[in-house]
Design a protein around this ligand. Structure first.
Ligand code: AMP
Length: 405
């Protein structure tokens, strides 16, 4: 059994509304043997950039649907030049990333017709951009690779261990029961991966550690991981909650939302779009949602770019402090994802003033080059370790899929 598992090749699929990213992972080495991404699916100008055998190939084929995109991905995997497999039989399973599970799925789940029906009938309204795209990709895979087992790996699974007092909103309990409105969290695969990597790096068991994981990217979330399990997280019913993000507002008083909608003459749906697309650091700075642009603006003296960055640091720090309190201690802070891995200004801003918790950053190490590995950026003698850990959500999806099988 053990040996069989280690010879597996798992195809990981991450489908968005008009995109589809994939990686083929060899579970023996946990190495990526091929990867790529389709963009502009269903839009003129679709393209697949595929890598394999150390080479890259660009396919400018029309991709009117996710089915055509999957067929093209399989063609690339078989390609004479960049191909890495001879037969479809070499793909042992497919792991699909699913953003929202609601209360319908608690953990990684094998795809069956009933499971797919539940995904389609119950969860689309929870992630209207992502879940329908994933379901289309699953159906496409079922058509072009019938008989290959498939797993649904949910972004929210790692957060299922949150206690009721952490995931409930202060609403009528009957409404929670009736409509399933509660905190689900997101980026779970990333929080799980980096918290486990942190434990390995520190030579400890996950059970021995209280970790705050900061997944800071275009979407950002912060989690409290106590003894290897998630006890709280900053995202909520949807990924709009928590800290302000690239274009998302983060937490905001619901009455202010109603007030703003009235003033701006926006419908409920348009207001949610506004909060998702027009706010965050892009809204505050008036310049960009990209932290590289904000830093460049700040360096040129743009006060609103600096304000956006400082708000982001402040709000992230607030969660770090809150989660240290929730866990009754703190052993490690992990920074990951695009911003967490690449933006020293943010890491320094988040850790500044946390000396009372035992956090001491080595400013020189913090400014050091990103070498793609794990970096300990805490000062000698810092009781709390501060680590930069590159995330690898695809590997978690592949591991969960292999485990399920
Ligand atoms: P992610 O969503 O994890 O891909 O993170 C994307 C964000 O990370 C970008 O929008 C940038 O604001 C930020 N970032 C800062 N430096 C870098 C970098 N060197 N490479 C990629 N992303 C970066």
């Amino acid at each position: 059994m053990q040996k069989e598992q280690f010879t597996m090749k798992i195809l990981v699929i991450n489908a968005g509304s008009s995109s589809l990213k994939y990686q083929l992972i060899d579970m023996q080495t946990e190495g990526v043997i091929a990867k790529g991404g389709c963009e502009r699916i269903g839009i003129p100008g679709s393209v697949l950039k595929a890598k394999g055998n150390g080479k890259e190939k660009v396919y400018n084929n029309d991709m009117p649907s996710h089915k055509v995109a999957i067929e093209l991905v399989l063609e690339a995997l078989h390609d004479d030049e960049i191909g890495v497999i001879k037969s479809m039989k070499e793909i042992d399973a497919v792991g699909h990333r699913i953003v929202a599970s609601g209360e319908y799925f608690k953990k990684t789940t094998l795809v069956t017709p009933e499971v797919l029906k539940t995904l389609e009938e119950k969860t689309f309204e929870l992630a209207p951009l992502h879940n329908p795209a994933a379901a289309t990709a699953i159906r496409a895979c079922m058509e072009v690779m019938p008989g290959t087992p498939m797993a649904l790996v949910f972004d929210s699974s790692f957060h299922q261990t949150m206690p009721e007092k952490a995931y409930l909103y202060g609403i009528d309990y009957d409404d929670y029961k009736k409509y399933g409105v509660r905190k689900f969290g997101a980026h779970g695969t990333s929080h799980k991966f980096v918290s486990q990597e942190a434990a390995k790096f520190l030579g400890k068991k996950p059970e021995e550690l209280k970790i705050v994981t900061c997944h800071l990217g275009n979407g950002s979330s912060i989690s409290a991981v106590d003894g290897g399990v998630c006890v709280d997280t900053s995202m909520g019913f949807t990924p709009l909650a928590g800290v302000l993000m690239g274009t998302r507002s983060g937490d905001i008083d619901a009455s202010a939302v109603e007030f703003l909608a009235r003033k701006k003459g926006l419908s409920h749906a348009d207001m949610v779009t506004y909060l998702n697309k027009k706010c965050g650091v892009a809204g505050i700075s008036g310049v960009s949602s990209d932290f590289r642009d904000l830093e460049a603006g700040m360096e040129k003296g743009n006060e609103r770019c600096k304000l956006a960055l400082d708000m982001f640091n402040y709000q992230t720090k607030r969660f770090v402090g809150a989660y240290a309190a929730v866990m009754g201690g703190l052993d490690c802070i992990v920074f990951t994802a695009g911003i967490g891995e690449n933006t020293p200004y943010v890491r320094a801003g988040v850790c500044e003033g946390l000396e009372f918790l035992g956090v001491k950053l080595d400013l020189e190490k913090n400014e050091g080059k990103n070498d793609g590995g794990i970096r300990d950026i805490s000062a000698a003698g810092s009781r709390v370790k501060v680590l930069v850990i590159p995330t690898n959500e695809e590997l978690v999806i592949a591991r969960e899929t292999a485990e399920l099988l």
